[in-house]
Design a protein around this ligand. Structure first.
Ligand SMILES: *Cc1c(COP(=O)(O)O)cnc(C)c1O
Length: 361
């Protein structure tokens, strides 16, 4: 038996052990090809089949039709911060952004480098403790799109509902909660997500674009910056991050085996209920930082009475094999990133530790 710690890292993050075992088994001779998938050409039938299957799995699990292009691109989610405005804001145009956290603010900032942006809502003054109510989101009717970040990884807040934007295309950064719950993904014109939280290893970003929105994309951009070029070539315009895509396929198959997004969501609800329950049961000691109705199911953030206790909490947890609990350097505190690959059993172990720690402190 390999020793495996409970991995609460925010990203790159835990991967299912079952997936890692398949990777290990297939590593030297991929399905009788006599070579590793790492060594395969991206034009070889082995990889083309991986690419096609991964696209099909994304559509199947998210309930999307072939009117959605599924792309696998290098450069992470951060590159999409720039490519979205470059591709979709026409000359002299503007997009609207909801500012609910550090990554949402980064997306806004990148947009402002290439075009104008309207801030449709910001919780910055409230230290990003919440996402907006639907009636607080305000923007001009003629914006190129409305951008939001569905789950704020650093602050631990998450949208439960999404605005009805009518004719305005809705764009979402779902890096830290993609494939963790059932949603009406058809509501979105474009979704992007770095894979390293819920979908696989670092190195690949998933980008999903609806046909009618892609049709409005700017022409004449350098090829690598053009979503059209990537869509026309099924992400094979240049060499894509092949190994990361292969692992994403295995992760998606693993999710399917758990009953798809419905099955995964049930487990994720049980996990967050248990963890927030433990925090709320000790209010004088553990303090959740997100406003309750905005609490994230993926990143659970809390403070202890002092920074010294927080440091001890992290050190003691580490001795018990609970790793990656330090809050983001910009906010401090404790953060449990409880993505799909973190199990309910892992959370049970964690709440036992929390109870023990509180009593001994
Ligand atoms: C991690 C994260 C990013 C940054 O992703 P990279 O792949 O490192 O560029 C962007 N947005 C959100 C919501 C994230 O959680």
């Amino acid at each position: 038996m390999v020793k495996r710690n409970v991995n609460f890292n925010p990203g790159p993050a835990a991967l299912p052990l079952e997936v890692l075992k398949i990777v290990q088994e297939e590593l030297l001779d991929y399905q009788g090809s006599g070579m590793s998938i790492l060594e395969s050409s991206h034009r070889a039938k082995e990889f083309e089949s991986v690419n096609d299957q991964t696209i099909a799995l994304v559509r199947e699990l998210l309930g999307l039709g072939t009117d959605y292009h599924v792309l696998f691109l290098g450069g992470g989610a951060s590159t999409q911060f720039a490519l979205v405005p470059m591709n979709f804001i026409p000359d002299g145009g503007m997009a609207a952004y909801i500012d609910t956290g550090e990554f949402a603010a980064k997306a806004l900032k990148e947009c402002q480098i290439v075009a104008k942006a309207h801030v449709a809502f910001s919780s910055k003054e409230e230290k990003y403790v919440r996402v907006p109510r639907m009636d607080e989101i305000k923007y001009p009717a003629d914006v190129a799109y409305l951008h939001l970040c569905s789950n704020n990884t650093i602050e631990g807040t998450q949208f439960k509902k999404f605005p009805d934007t009518g004719k305005v295309p809705l764009v979402a950064d779902m890096s830290s909660d993609i494939a963790s719950r059932q949603l009406d993904f058809k509501k979105f014109a474009l979704i992007y997500a770095g894979a390293q939280k819920n979908l696989g290893p670092s190195g690949v970003a998933l980008v999903i674009i609806r046909d009618d929105f892609l049709a409005t994309a700017r022409k004449g951009l350098p090829s690598m910056f053009s979503y059209r070029v990537h869509a026309d070539n099924k992400s094979l315009y240049n060499t894509p991050p092949t190994f990361a895509i292969y692992i994403m396929k295995l992760v998606l198959e693993w999710i399917k085996g758990k009953g798809g997004l419905g099955g995964i969501e049930k487990i994720n609800i049980a996990k967050k209920d248990l963890l927030y329950g433990a925090i709320d049961a000790a209010v004088d000691f553990y303090k959740g930082t997100a406003q309750k109705d905005s609490r994230s199911m993926m990143n659970v953030t809390m403070r202890l009475p002092s920074e010294e206790l927080e440091a001890r909490f992290i050190a003691e947890a580490k001795k018990e094999g609970l790793l990656g609990l330090k809050g983001h350097r910009s906010v401090g505190g404790i953060r449990f990133s409880i993505y799909n690959a973190v199990s309910l059993d892992d959370i049970r172990k964690t709440v036992d530790f929390m109870e023990k720690f509180r009593k001994s402190a």
